[in-house]
Design a protein. Structure first.
Length: 722
């Protein structure tokens, strides 16, 4: 049956969903092949093409439904034999419905891990799956299991670290609730077992409950949502044993976790025993050598944050000025900080200003007082978190040489796009844009290396790049970050003036679009996001009044004192700030965006010197419930986290590779002329000619043949039907 082989061959389609059936209709109808049909609800269903005339096809869907549809709406499906392959690259047709179906097929059987070429895709099962523990770790170590797994990634990282003497990184991304933190813990578990022995691995694992206790919060999307990004660098000695570790955290979202006792309605989580969790945290603090005395102070500071939330104010004149109510909350806060009640009260309801050479005291209005109170609570909270990370790092590094090789695990929030996007999304998405560039570069490098190694012409492969978008953020002086910082230092700058400035300077940038009111849209690699500038300047300034810092430094306790000096150290220089024209006594800090950009660059620099391994976590539904797989939701994440980008990049290259040998032995018998005597390369070339495979569809390398997507499918079908 060589009919099919002489049918016109599909051309490489620029559309991101794959080849359209109309390209290969005659072949398709002859074989009554399967294809995907999109239902009005957006889901894909598998059908068979019964007949085609012009642009119309008749397809039969499951349950006996027969439909007449536009041929262009059909997308080719893979043969059944490829159902549930453990690497998406093995699919003949790498289109969206095929990828979605393959992942779902595996997910339904608790195979939550799938490779997409160099990337591991992990779909959150929202239930215990029997894939972990010592037996599995042993099996991956011995290579007696080959299915994709976080353990396999961790194993590769260890091997490559040792073999190539290069530091490694495991970069985990995904939406909130997708399973990043769990995945990071699973990877750490593997490293701890393989590199265990010194006892430090135990300390390292104990950092998780501590950071989670202080940096996580229940949100609508995740009961245990990390409100910070984290990089943990695990060091190994020359003998392959863990010798220490270092943690770096990013962008703690301060208002999240500290609200637990306050404004939010999220008090308790079913199945979580607070007393037990508390005990676990205290034990973990012991393990990382935080003294009992310091632990007391830590919990005292937490109590300060919570009590501060209850501090209230009363009006003292008819100009809306207030003073703090001297009740239980105020007294408790003062006692816990170790300061005077009167001093606390003043710090919350007045502001010292310098006008000319005079110091004056300005009374605060109710909203200013509340702002001051909350800013103090947030700062104490952030300082507490930083202090804990510092203690952990001391404990993990103490007396240990962090000189050997390392494996870093990055657990960082993925790209976010909500109905309303604010400063937090702006920073997060900027970071993801950088990470995406790293990802693209790495993939490009990998591809290129393979092509060069095999001597093929790789100039025929082009890759997309998100440099334009990064430029939009980083350009000086006319980029998003510079303009934000500039406006933040202007005394009269508001979200409005900021938004207008963006529109004025950036409207010609193709990645930027000014919107009505105070909004603007950025074309990110993962799609367009519209940001509302409300609160941008305030969040970027993140001011804490000097009065509050002075209050903390007047404390008789060492933690508040440490916090105060930390806050002062973070200030570039005390200035008569342009922030408050009257000669404000605020200290000029690095803006949040500047600090974040600095951290990000440092992070990228560290990652650049490592061999990266990518894990993309996917949330299959929004209810945190097992067994439900929503195609639309998954698809959107696959697009955002670059999995379909990998697929696209591969499609634009030559994703199917087969050695001359394998190709010759697999298809050689289809040759009309007997070629038994010839070498594999000659046989391969003869097959390519006999099947009229167009020259732009393949490349012949030294050891392998490289094909564009879908090419092998035709040969496979012919082979199976012969
Ligand atoms: P966030 O960005 O909000 O921090 P996240 O991506 O870190 O989210 P996790 O906290 O890791 O998400 O996962 C959310 C929940 O999903 C976990 O609390 C757990 O119940 C479940 N989960 C994730 N991964 C797994 C897994 N491999 N096996 C079982 N349950 C899992
Ligand atoms: Mg998390």
């Amino acid at each position: 049956d060589l009919d099919a082989a002489t049918a016109p061959l599909p051309s490489v389609s620029k559309s991101n969903v794959g080849h359209r059936w109309s390209d290969i209709t005659s072949y398709a109808t002859k074989k009554k092949v399967q294809s995907w049909f999109q239902l009005p609800n957006g889901n894909w269903e598998l059908g068979r093409i019964m007949s085609t005339s012009g642009m119309e096809s008749v397809i039969s869907l499951p349950a006996g439904k027969v439909l007449k549809v536009n041929s262009d709406s059909l997308i080719p499906a893979n043969p059944d034999i490829l159902d549930g392959v453990d690497d998406l690259m093995q699919l003949s047709y790498l289109n969206e419905p095929s990828v979605l179906f393959n992942l779902q097929y595996r997910y339904n059987q608790d195979m939550i891990y799938t490779k997409a070429g160099p990337v591991l895709v992990a779909i959150n099962p929202f239930k215990k799956v029997p894939l972990y523990g010592n037996n599995y770790i042993e099996a991956y170590k011995n290579k007696s299991i080959e299915s994709p797994h976080v353990y396999a990634i961790a194993d590769t990282a260890i091997r490559e670290m040792t073999r190539d003497e290069v530091n490694q990184s495991i970069i985990i991304s995904g939406e909130s609730g997708a399973g990043k933190t769990e995945t990071a813990k699973i990877a750490m578990q593997y490293l701890a077992v393989l590199g265990g022995g010194s006892g430090i691995e135990y300390e390292i694992l104990k950092t998780n409950p501590i950071l989670e206790a202080f940096g996580n919060a229940k949100t609508l999307r995740n009961d245990n949502s990390s409100r910070f990004g984290k990089l943990i660098e695990i060091h190994f000695s020359e003998t392959g044993k863990i010798s220490g570790a270092k943690i770096q955290t990013f962008l703690l979202e301060k208002s999240g976790p500290m609200c637990r006792g306050r404004k939010s309605n999220c008090y308790s989580i079913p199945g979580v025993d607070d007393a037990e969790q508390f005990h676990i945290v205290k034990e973990a603090l012991d393990v990382v050598h935080v003294s009992k005395e310091d632990q007391e102070s830590v919990f005292a500071m937490l109590a300060v944050v919570l009590w501060l939330g209850n501090v209230s104010f009363t009006m003292i004149d008819n100009e809306n000025h207030v003073e703090a109510v001297e009740d239980e909350s105020l007294i408790n806060v003062a006692n816990l900080i170790g300061c005077n009640i009167a001093d606390l009260s003043l710090a919350l309801s007045t502001r010292k200003m310098r006008v000319g050479n005079d110091n004056i005291v300005q009374k605060l209005t109710l909203s200013q007082a509340i702002e001051t109170r909350d800013a103090l609570a947030k700062s104490i909270y952030a300082c507490l978190f930083e202090w804990l990370v510092e203690q952990i790092n001391k404990s993990l590094a103490v007396g240990k040489k962090l000189t050997g090789r390392s494996i870093s695990i990055l657990d960082i929030y993925g790209f976010e796009s909500f109905d309303r996007n604010s400063f937090e999304q702006f920073c997060i998405n900027y970071a993801n844009e950088r990470l995406q560039q790293h990802f693209n570069r790495h993939l490009f490098k990998l591809e290129q290396e393979e092509y060069v190694q095999d001597g093929i012409d790789w100039t025929k492969v082009d890759f997309d790049d998100n440099q334009d978008c990064l430029h939009l953020f980083e350009k000086k002086p006319l980029g998003l970050l510079s303009l934000l910082n500039e406006e933040s230092t202007f005394p009269n700058g508001t979200d409005y003036t900021f938004a207008n400035k963006l529109k004025q300077h950036l409207n010609s940038n193709p990645c930027f679009r000014g919107e009505r009111e105070k909004a603007f849209t950025v074309s990110h690699f993962a799609g367009e996001v519209t940001y509302d500038t409300t609160g941008f300047l305030e969040k970027n300034r993140d001011l804490l009044h000097l009065d509050s810092i002075q209050l903390l430094s007047s404390s008789s306790c060492h933690l508040p004192q440490a916090f105060a000096s930390n806050m002062l150290n973070q200030s570039e220089k005390p200035v008569v700030g342009p922030l408050h024209k009257a000669g404000g006594a605020d200290s000029q800090k690095l803006s949040v965006a500047t600090k974040f950009k600095g951290q990000l660059f440092q992070l990228m620099q560290r990652l650049e010197s490592t061999t990266p391994h990518f894990i993309r976590c996917i949330k299959p539904n929004n209810f945190q419930s097992p067994g439900s797989y929503e195609q639309g939701l998954v698809l959107q994440q696959l697009r955002c986290c670059g999995v379909l980008e990998v697929v696209r990049i591969s499609r634009s290259g030559f994703p199917t590779r087969m050695s001359h040998q394998k190709f010759a032995s697999r298809y050689g018998f289809l040759l009309v002329e007997n070629a038994a005597e010839q070498d594999p390369l000659s046989v391969s070339v003869a097959i390519l000619h006999q099947f009229n495979i167009l020259p732009e569809m393949y490349q012949v390398g030294y050891t392998k043949l490289f094909f564009r997507t879908g090419q092998i499918g035709v040969l496979e079908d012919t082979r199976n039907n012969t």
